[in-house]
Design a protein around this ligand. Sequence first.
Ligand code: TYD
Length: 209
Amino acid sequence: MTQASTTASGKFISFEGIDGAGKSTHIGFVADFLRARGKSVVSSREPGGTAVGEKLRALLLHETMHLETETLLMFASRREHMAQVIEPALARGDWVISDRFTDASFAYQGGGRGLDRAKMEALEQWVHPQLQPALTLLFDVPLDVARARLDATRTLDKFEQEKQDFFAACRNEYLRRAAQFPERIVVVDSTRSIAETRATLGAILEKLL
Ligand code: TYD
């Protein structure tokens, strides 16, 4: 192996999808895949990923609040995550994988709840003007599949209790963004078996290495 390939710097990968789309199932696989190829990987999540961010997450997932408060707290959590986790890790040359990032704000607060997209764009410019994920894996399933998975696996939080219309709007916004940013966002059909999805993920990741 050449020196250049072993010293290549780390990349930032985000995971997205509506609740129940199956992204959580695949995050550990991606971390293991990268580590098996000698990468140092930091695995994190939003909202959360830091001590302050996890406190914000508890509020965000369980308290009802004004839509703009919710959006600002999502970006406050993200600002802390940038400062404490993402930027230091990338500066060290580590890979960062985050269970959700700014696309989730566009999908949930924008698509799902109807906040003006320009407000999210302004916050995005404020919180991470320079940084976008190198790759965003968008796990996509029809709404009825997502709902069945949620109902089978967990006690539902504030977002997961939303109606199908809400998730339809979130999913539409995710897919709209995937069409807008095709060089970054890859849509992964998550209705298939875990093994099939893993094979697809492996092929996508090989191209990034
Ligand atoms: P999720 O990532 O699905 O975690 P879990 O594995 O515990 O289900 O939960 C996070 C929730 O937060 C999810 O419903 C989407 C929501 N969310 C937003 O609404 N906006 C955001 O910017 C982010 C990061 C998450």
